[in-house]
Design a binder for this molecule. Sequence first.
Ligand code: NAD
Ligand code: DAU
Length: 359
Amino acid sequence: MIEKTILVTGGAGFIGSNFVLNWIGREDSPIVNLDKLTYAGNLGNLSDLKNDPRHIFVKGDIGDRALVRELLNRHRPRAVVNFAAESHVDRSIHGPEDFIQTNVNGTFHLLQETRAYLEALEGNEKSAFRFLHISTDEVYGSLGPDDAPFTESSPYAPNSPYSASKAAADHLVRAFHHTYGLPTLTSNCSNNYGPYQFPEKLVPLMILNALNRKPLPVYGDGLNVRDWLYVQDHCDALRTVLASGYPGEVYNIGGGNERKNIDVVRTICSLLDELRPVPRQEYASLITFIKDRPGHDRRYAIDARKIGRELRWKPTENFETGIRKTVQWYLDNMAWVKSITSGEYQQWLETNYVNRGTA
Ligand code: NAD
Ligand code: DAU
């Protein structure tokens, strides 16, 4: 029997494309992948699926109600998995509007159309349907050094336009479950890293700057802490939540790998010293402390005991194994890097880093 389709949004971005590849390798259901192909979306991430009939790509916006309606009615998916978002905190500081448009309004329109679709379903099709919304630990705000990690009942306290827009979306998802009975699942995950991450984010930015002998721009004192999760572990967790999560529930997903930013950057430098040595120069000599991100959250940490206890998920990579794989992946995929670091990317580097000043 052919399994029913799932509709994935934002499946050409970093986590979305890793998820699509992970899913096609492990599950039977075909995927319809709706992605607007913003600067962050790249079909090259999915080139391995070019001739795979189980992946149908559609270029479009989650806020385009007519398109979403048509896709739902044509493909009759058993689930919607919503990755589509503007995702970079620094960009949300420079220009928050797109974040409201996609993360808040877009999610709202997607929920409305999904609700209408679900109302027309019956029997098993209806009871099996799920809406999985991918969110972030940033909605919980910032932790002090001795605070306990975020649980699913930590209060929301978003501090950037990005996290505020994700928090708004999470609240809408919750309300659609509570009010309309939409069978939603929400996951709040910590920082991901791995293949296909756009080099505006810390890990790939540092790898590529180092390889180009450019300064490694650490914000503030470099002592902010993030909880790092290898992206394929996140994808496995999401498949688990979709298969076994309980409608209306929230699952925190994290790697249990808290690291200070400066230590992440130093680890990348030592790996490059080993894998791509430059005579008489250590990559760490490129580290430069620059003016801090406004409103910079000090620490994130996830308590992932609920998903471990209830759904039996745990990560397979630790930070040391995952970051080694990641650095090696970038070294092996310079053609991919070249294809995405042209015009728009150079413009972003100019906006965020040139004339920023030192810490
Ligand atoms: P990304 O920026 O790499 O990819 C986002 C994708 O969404 C892109 O392919 C883009 O083209 C697409 N998109 C943007 N606006 C759209 C729209 N209006 N309609 C359709 N497609 C649209 O993001 P990512 O890092 O892969 O994050 C994916 C999701 O996971 C986001 O919701 C993000 O908030 C969440 N998340 C990310 C992390 C992380 O560390 N990257 C951690 C936790 C949660
Ligand atoms: O916690 C989950 C979140 O992780 C996701 O919701 C976001 O989509 C994702 O972008 C990420 O947000 P961060 O702001 O934590 O990630 P970023 O890679 O931008 O930065 C990680 C840390 O590194 C942060 O403390 C800021 C710092 N940093 C970042 C950049 C780009 C630097 O010091 N220098 C830099 O150039």
